[in-house]
Design a protein around this ligand. Structure first.
Ligand SMILES: *[C@@H]1O[C@H](CO)[C@@H](O)[C@H](O)[C@H]1NC(C)=O
Ligand SMILES: *[C@@H]1O[C@H](CO)[C@@H](O)[C@H](O)[C@H]1NC(C)=O
Ligand SMILES: *[C@@H]1O[C@H](CO)[C@@H](O)[C@H](O)[C@H]1NC(C)=O
Ligand SMILES: *[C@@H]1O[C@H](CO)[C@@H](O)[C@H](O)[C@H]1NC(C)=O
Length: 286
């Protein structure tokens, strides 16, 4: 009984491994966009499709509802094929996928890549409910609002490239509450407005807002800045005093008494040189 079970077990296992090895010849290709998938109007973008070393043909497709349309084919053995869109516009924005061919077969398609074009509508305005300095563990709310356009979706782009999307809330704005925050939330945020009917066509980016997540309390942060400014001011005053003293040096009353001091004799030499230069043009004119 037991040996037969083992044999059966091995048969299932080995067969399973064989099937897996066959699929391993055709891994799902990986699609990505450089420099990213949110591209300004008329900007260029590279779409990379990673297959296998033995792939001899790559195909880029754009998805439309339930079907797809061929965009471009690239022939030649290569592990990564590169497709370039030189000018992003409303026609090139959308959902893309790619696949490769090897051994006279096509691979399964990659996951979908959503390519967005921005700058087709006026920019919205990004603000926060509080300050721009928060402590780790706190929450922060951003509001993305548009005075003129009635967008029904808003997206917030976060440091690190990730974007969050929201339905429109009350009025013409989208609210994003992030948190509890940690240090990795620090950085520059922007938002976009768009319409759910045309999900890959976004507005121009909003104003940029910098968020600082810091362990020291915001009060300390401000105090620290005051101290820094104070020190800078003192240095400036000292510098000005030093310059003024050097300038006035030669005009001091008891010049003879102080002639031996190296500092003063240097500044006098300098001012005498200046005086000579100032006189030169007049002499030539005469
Ligand atoms: C993009 O190109 C089109 C056609 O050349 C032009 O009309 C449009 O103003 C351009 N947009 C931007 C944002 O440069
Ligand atoms: C996608 O489907 C919707 C309705 O199902 C249709 O109105 C639209 O024209 C289709 N778009 C394309 C590009 O086929
Ligand atoms: C932050 O938001 C979470 C929900 O996302 C909530 O549970 C938590 O109490 C909030 N913390 C603060 C400090 O408001
Ligand atoms: C910060 O928070 C994010 C999301 O809540 C989490 O994925 C990330 O690991 C955190 N980073 C650190 C350094 O704690």
């Amino acid at each position: 009984m037991a040996p037969r079970d083992v044999t059966l077990f091995c048969l299932v296992l080995c067969l399973g491994q064989k099937i897996q090895a066959q699929d391993g010849n055709f891994p799902i290709p990986i699609i990505s966009a450089m420099p990213g998938s949110v591209i300004p109007w008329n900007g260029s973008v590279k779409i990379l499709c990673q297959g296998t070393l033995e792939s001899y043909v790559y195909q880029l497709e754009i998805l439309e509802n339930v079907t797809y349309k061929l965009v471009e084919k690239k022939l030649g053995f290569q592990e990564v094929a590169e497709f370039v869109i030189n000018r992003m516009d409303t026609n090139t924005a959308g959902r893309y996928q790619c696949r490769y061919g090897r051994e006279h077969r096509w691979s399964a398609p990659s996951e979908a890549l959503e390519l967005v074009v921005t700058g087709l509508y006026d920019k919205p305005f990004l603000s926060t409910d509080g300050g721009h300095v928060v402590m780790p563990g706190e929450n922060i709310s951003f509001q993305c609002s548009s005075a003129h356009m009635s967008f029904d979706r808003f997206s917030l782009s976060r440091p690190g490239g990730a974007t969050l999307s929201r339905h429109r809330d009350v009025g013409l704005q989208g609210d994003f509450t992030l948190g509890p925050v940690n240090l990795s939330f620090s950085g520059v945020y922007t938002c976009y407005g768009w319409d759910s009917g045309r999900p890959y066509i976004w507005s121009a980016p909003s104003n940029a807002l910098e968020l600082v997540v810091t362990d020291t309390r915001s009060q300390d942060y401000r105090t620290e800045n005051w101290v820094r400014m104070g020190v800078a001011g003192l240095v400036l005053i000292a510098l000005l005093a030093f310059l003024a003293e050097n300038r006035l040096g030669p005009q001091l009353p008891h010049q003879e008494d102080q002639q031996d001091l190296p500092d003063l004799s240097w500044s006098r030499q300098k001012s005498q040189t200046k005086w000579t230069f100032g006189l030169t043009p007049r002499t030539t004119r005469e």
